[in-house]
Design a protein around this ligand. Structure first.
Ligand code: IMP
Ligand code: MG
Length: 180
């Protein structure tokens, strides 16, 4: 794993494939323990979460688990716009369902707060969130996710689903912006 360059910026290796897999399996164990005997609905927040959600969903051996998708967008380049757009809404009836939101990363918390508000309107049985990454120092609104893979400092990262203006999602490992 060497350095990679996108839009003239250099990124260095940060979290390796094996470490990601280890945390995905640890999260799956916790989720299986908490949702045993339930019929949870995993809600993958596109675009960033699709790789994590596909690994996590397969690692969760819950016979009655289902998955669906919603799309939100708040980031332009390397900063949150603070303005979250819902681009593709809920297609499933979540009334009375145990919903598990699957996020790639919680940064300011703005997306998470807006999403929870939206879901609460439909009277789900419960709503929890699992996020692969969490930047606690950046959180300005809402609560930390119930399940967290990695707590990281407030630096820009990419790979494993996370992007810079649409690029780098296909990197199998996570990279961090190199200090100038
Ligand atoms: P929040 O609303 O500020 O919590 O931002 C959440 C969304 O911003 C995530 O779902 C990501 O799509 C994006 N995001 C936040 N931090 C990063 C990062 O370091 N790299 C790439 N995308 C990020
Ligand atoms: Mg993004």
């Amino acid at each position: 794993m060497g350095e990679v360059t996108y839009q003239g910026l250099t990124f260095e290796p940060y979290i390796r494939r094996e470490e990601i897999a280890k945390q995905v399996h640890r999260l799956a164990k916790e989720i299986m323990r908490d949702y045993q005997g339930k019929n949870p609905l995993f809600l993958c927040v596109l675009n960033g979460s699709f790789i994590f959600a596909s690994d996590l969903f397969r690692a969760c051996n819950l016979p009655d688990a289902e998955i669906t998708f919603i799309r939100f967008k708040s980031y332009e380049g390397m900063a949150s716009t603070g303005n979250v757009k819902e681009i593709m809404g809920l297609s499933e009836d979540i009334t009375g369902r145990h919903v598990l939101i699957v996020e790639d990363i919680i940064d300011s918390g703005v997306t998470a707060v807006q999403l929870r508000k939206e879901l609460d309107k439909h009277n789900p049985a419960s709503v929890k969130m699992v996020s692969l990454l969490f930047k606690p120092e950046s959180l300005t609104v809402g609560e930390p996710p119930e399940y967290v893979g990695f707590e990281i400092p407030s630096k820009f990262i990419l790979g494993y689903g996370l992007d810079l203006d649409g690029l780098a999602r296909n990197l199998p490992e996570i990279y961090v912006l190199k200090d100038a």
